[in-house]
Design a binder for this molecule. Structure first.
Ligand code: TRP
Ligand code: SF4
Length: 333
């Protein structure tokens, strides 16, 4: 029996290269060795965007199309949508009963989310009850499949730690060892920053989408910041102070190419504009197959919907088995 992997993403629309290199690529590599469950967390999206649901359906489709294009294989992994597995909500109820309130209140990622909300204006500026349950809902996602490992970015690790505590507490309260304590699994790849040197994110306008065209990618790369001390083309540069372009080279280029960029930059024989043009080509080459595949799915949305339906049915069958056992343990009618 293979060990289990469970992970998810909120449907934030088209994904960017940070998602690809930071998370999805890792998920793809885990598919052969583990029994994987990959979920689009549409209820988690509602915890902060319950009043902005016009694009929710399309956002779910976009996320799944990006996953498939990047190599998530629905014949190997179970790809599903959270709300299509309503057993998640029932498990969330049981878990919410045994989770002390101060455990969720001290979750640092949740605190950050609440802080960001409070700086915005409008009706969504209160912390709602559903948002407080965010990590408990995530725990339900994970425990529903009794996952061994949860591959996530560093920002989600606090939530996974909490899910271990909740699993342990459930086992203690109901005198069982039914739930495993899931372990976070971090990606080795360093985080890809945005084109302005800050965290890559759609709302910061500094990202390159998986689905961006070559032209758009090139245009965006040209806006990247470089070594600010360079004024003229033949000024000697400092690759280590070139926070974005050189870092990207190290991720997208071969070792030989990176060495070449470094020495030419230091010698002042490489202009930043040319350097960025070459980098854009590098990125486009690396992404071209993925982008072709994505275009295929864009042209065949019915196929994507079938994949979602198939995966969600499959996930649901597993979920029902867990729920039956949980109801027994809790001694429900
Ligand atoms: N909260 C995660 C994020 O924003 C998404 C998520 C939902 C998740 N359920 C999960 C991740 C279960 C891992 C396991 O990225
Ligand atoms: Fe950065 Fe390339 Fe310019 Fe050097 S030449 S500062 S590596 S963009």
């Amino acid at each position: 029996m293979k060990q289990r992997i469970m992970s998810g993403m909120r449907p934030t629309g088209k994904l960017h290269l940070g998602h690809y290199l930071g998370v999805i690529d890792n998920w793809v590599r885990l598919q052969d060795d583990y029994d994987c469950f990959y979920q689009v967390a549409d209820w988690h999206a509602l915890t902060t965007k319950y009043d902005k649901t016009e694009s929710l359906r399309q956002d779910v489709l976009d996320v799944v199309m990006d996953w498939l294009a990047c190599g998530i294989d629905p014949n190997k992994s179970t790809v599903y949508v959270q709300s299509l597995v309503p057993e998640t909500a029932e498990l969330h109820i049981y878990l919410s009963m045994i989770t002390p309130q101060n455990w969720v209140e001290r979750d640092p990622t949740l605190k950050d989310m609440a802080k960001i909300l409070k700086t915005k204006e409008g009706i969504g500026t209160q912390v709602n009850y559903g948002l407080m349950g965010y990590p408990v809902l995530m725990t339900a996602d994970i425990l529903l499949f009794n996952a061994d490992f949860v591959p996530v970015g560093i920002d989600q690790v606090a939530h996974v730690e909490l899910s271990r505590d909740i699993a342990r507490r459930f086992n203690y309260v109901y005198h069982t060892d039914f739930f495993k304590e899931p372990q976070p699994k971090l990606n080795k790849c360093s985080l890809l920053c945005g084109l302005d040197g800050n965290k890559m994110g759609k709302s910061f306008n500094n990202d390159i989408k998986i689905s961006d065209s070559e032209e758009i990618t090139s245009k965006k790369v040209m806006t990247a910041i470089t070594d600010r001390s360079r004024i003229k083309r033949d000024d000697p540069g400092h690759p280590d102070e070139c926070e974005v372009v050189y870092k990207y080279w190290k991720i997208f280029g071969e070792e030989k190419e990176v060495k070449c960029v470094e020495s030419e930059c230091e010698a002042g024989s490489r202009g930043c504009a040319d350097c960025k043009r070459q980098l854009a080509k590098k990125i486009n080459d690396k992404m071209s197959e993925i982008r072709e595949k994505r275009k295929y799915y864009e042209a065949h949305p019915n196929e994507v919907e079938e994949i979602i339906k198939y995966g969600s049915d499959k996930a649901r069958k597993e979920a029902k088995i867990t729920l039956e056992r949980v109801r027994e343990l809790v001694k429900m009618y």
